[in-house]
Design a protein around this ligand. Sequence first.
Ligand SMILES: [Zn+2]
Ligand SMILES: [Zn+2]
Length: 256
Amino acid sequence: MVFLLRTLKNILKAATEGPVRLFYPEVCQICLDSTALPLQGFVCEACQRGIMPVQAPFCHRCGLPFEGEIHQAFQCPNCHDVRLFFVSSRSACVANTLMLDMLHRYKYANARWLEPLFERLMGAALFNDRFIDTWDVVLPVPLYSVRQRERGYNQSAFLAQSMAARLKLPCPEGVLKRVAHTPSQTMLSRKERAVNMAKAFEVVDVETISNRRVLLIDDVFTTGATVNECARVCMCAGAQSVHVWTLARGLGVMGT
Ligand SMILES: [Zn+2]
Ligand SMILES: [Zn+2]
């Protein structure tokens, strides 16, 4: 009887520690070989060494990393070509194969077990930003409502809420809304993405961002079309400034 009670207690404990434990043993979900704990996002130390942090030098505007010795602030050629509505964009990690695989699982396969890892990576990088003390409100890039219902969660909202908690800033829901369903952008050029994004977002709650300095959070920066359009509508709605942070940064040439 005592044994049964103890077993039941252990099952309940496992359930309350997060459903992930019931489905995933403490094994790395990338190599399926080494031990990896829930706090590591079920990614072992060896696999985590494949995550590449974004390191200087990078464009001071869009955060695109460059090779070589550049010590002064510079703006990349891509940023000269296009009207940007954010002051700066920074990312924690390079969107390499490993990171894109993890993000894909997180977005499309409900891999919520990655959240502790994502939170740690983004938090560590974001707290090195020189603009850290200058934001008033944190907003996630919203998903289209149908897509969010299908998926059950918005990956950017999780990142925004955890960063807001660390920064002790508000992260109100429903300020920005995605009003148009945008077809997949994967195969589109930078120009096509910008056209695709036009009128995709709307500020629903103008008062919350009026005259405020916004920190906008998304999971990945590819050409910047999404975050730039969000920044544009925020600025049109009276925001004082918009800074962007994303977990991952694509390194592709933005004009292609
Ligand atoms: Zn591993
Ligand atoms: Zn740039």
